[in-house]
Write a protein that binds this ligand. Structure first.
Ligand code: ATR
Length: 257
């Protein structure tokens, strides 16, 4: 996605993957400074701890407690969370209005936090359902304390899923359920028309949850959209150029099935 975008715009950048252990993370960040790398994306399990190794952290990333994008400007390392903004951009692009919308978020991990903060900032009314209820409760409390959000938390029980699904206009799956499997986070019988179902899982492109939602006549958004947009926003921070989003999306769609 990134390399295709660089080639398209004739930019002299290269995006490469590095596998970094927890023990080596501080050295990896020092290496970034020493090698004068322009940027990094950071993923599981380093998104939270890397925050402490940077010179400055964007306010939203600080609140979320996770950085997925680092920009190196003359030796000053700044951390951002483009997951949250990327998620919002996919909704804006489709003219989906968030203020006042009742939204069920399934999951309370790192990805859920980025999604929940973005939605709460835009005044959604949020229900969080998670396998570990205490994590859902902690996230709801954080949204209420930091953003004065309308947020409530429940455990991942079928009765809670049924009631929540019946009362919301949008469901977002932020768990890894369905990644490489045909599992779903919510039984198909609770899905219906007039529901927007957003699965941030992007592998497979059409998860079982999205297939079942489509069969019910629900509108769906797949995780590849968010993947492309979080990448596009990082691209713009590193290069200062407008990202060729459609080309980045097509690259993802062509690679994933
Ligand atoms: P990420 O950064 O991708 O969000 P994470 O922080 O490990 O990863 O969060 C994973 C989320 O998926 C959590 O909400 C997790 O539930 P718990 O908090 O109870 O662990 C959820 N999850 C993963 N596998 C699950 C499963 N098989 N059933 C239910 N929830 C699951």
């Amino acid at each position: 996605m990134h390399n295709t975008a660089y080639e398209t715009l004739h930019l002299d950048y290269l995006y490469v993957p590095f596998r970094v252990t927890k023990e080596q993370l501080p050295n990896a960040i020092r290496g970034m400074r020493a090698l004068n790398m322009r940027g990094l994306n950071v993923t599981i399990p380093h998104k939270a701890v890397v925050l402490t190794m940077l010179d400055q952290v964007d306010e939203r990333a600080g609140k979320i407690g996770a950085v997925n994008t680092i920009v190196n400007t003359n030796g000053i390392l700044s951390g951002f969370n483009t997951d949250a903004e990327g998620f919002m951009r996919t909704l804006v692009e489709k003219d989906i209005r968030i203020p006042g919308k009742r939204i069920l978020i399934i999951g309370a991990g790192g990805a859920a936090k980025a999604v929940a903060f973005a939605l709460a900032e835009h005044k959604a009314r949020i229900m969080i359902i998670n396998r570990s209820q205490e994590k859902a409760a902690a996230l709801a409390k954080q949204l209420k304390d930091q953003l004065q959000a309308d947020a409530a938390a429940y455990s991942l029980e079928e009765s809670n899923l049924r009631e929540a699904a019946a009362s919301v206009e949008m469901i977002v799956n932020t768990t890894s359920i369905g990644m490489g499997t045909a599992d779903t986070p919510i039984p198909a019988r609770y899905l219906r028309k007039n529901l927007l179902v957003y699965d941030i899982v992007y592998n497979p492109l059409r998860t079982q949850l999205l297939r079942e939602a489509e069969l019910k006549g629900a509108m769906t958004i797949c995780g590849a959209e968010m993947l492309a947009w979080q990448g596009a926003i990082a691209f713009e921070k590193w290069t200062g150029c407008k990202a060729p989003v459609e080309i980045m999306k097509n690259t993802i769609y062509n690679k994933l099935t």
